[in-house]
Design a protein around this ligand. Structure first.
Ligand code: GTP
Ligand code: MG
Length: 169
């Protein structure tokens, strides 16, 4: 309805982690028409879900675009940080990007939802292992939550978003 609360979300994480695929699951099915390709710059998606009117900034995770992320942090209601849980080699790169993000003034007390994505693959790390590798328990100034997800089927996504929606009430 027109009186849905408006929330602004920025979705970040390394390239190929599954951000655009996750967001495609959140959109009304009929809006998902195009094949998912690596994001250039960013895309803005707007839709209603669970009584909220979402504006999601789907950022590119490629190295050359990561400096764009911070320009969209102002006035956000929440951050989605997508982790490719199979990408052991780049977990430290994800950690570096996360640490930069955590220092940003505009994100003080903003809730952070992590998806440990690609849980369908055999080499996927469990959320508890991602917590340890990314040292998430050092985050004490913001509410955070991690959920395992499979963006190909949508498993785990709604539960994660429900947590975030709850934080933004
Ligand atoms: P950039 O836009 O480049 O930053 O990447 P992105 O994070 O938006 O990733 P994208 O959604 O484009 O997905 C990258 C690749 O991973 C695609 O081939 C997806 O089909 C695949 N993928 C995404 N989520 C999953 C998942 O949960 N499981 C599996 N097996 N593959 C996934
Ligand atoms: Mg993308």
């Amino acid at each position: 309805s027109s009186n849905s609360k408006k929330v602004r979300i920025v979705c970040v994480g390394l390239d190929n982690s599954g951000k655009t695929t996750i967001i495609a699951h959140l959109k009304p099915k009929k809006a998902v028409t195009q094949e998912i390709v690596p994001t250039v710059g960013f895309n803005v998606e707007e839709f209603q879900k669970s009584g909220l009117y979402f504006t999601i900034f789907d950022m590119s995770g490629q190295g050359r675009y990561r400096n764009l992320w911070e320009h969209y942090y102002k006035d956000v209601g929440g951050i989605i940080f997508c982790i490719d849980s199979t990408d052991a080699l780049r977990m430290c790169v994800a950690k570096d990007e996360l640490e930069q993000m955590l220092q940003h003034q505009d994100l003080r007390s903003v809730p952070l939802l992590f998806f440990a994505n690609k849980m369908d693959l055999p080499t996927a790390k469990q959320p508890v292992e991602c917590v340890s590798l990314l040292e998430l328990d050092r985050i004490t100034d913001k509410p955070w939550h991690i959920a395992a997800s499979n963006a190909l089927t949508g498993e785990g996504i709604d539960a994660g978003i429900a947590w975030l929606a709850d934080q933004m009430q």
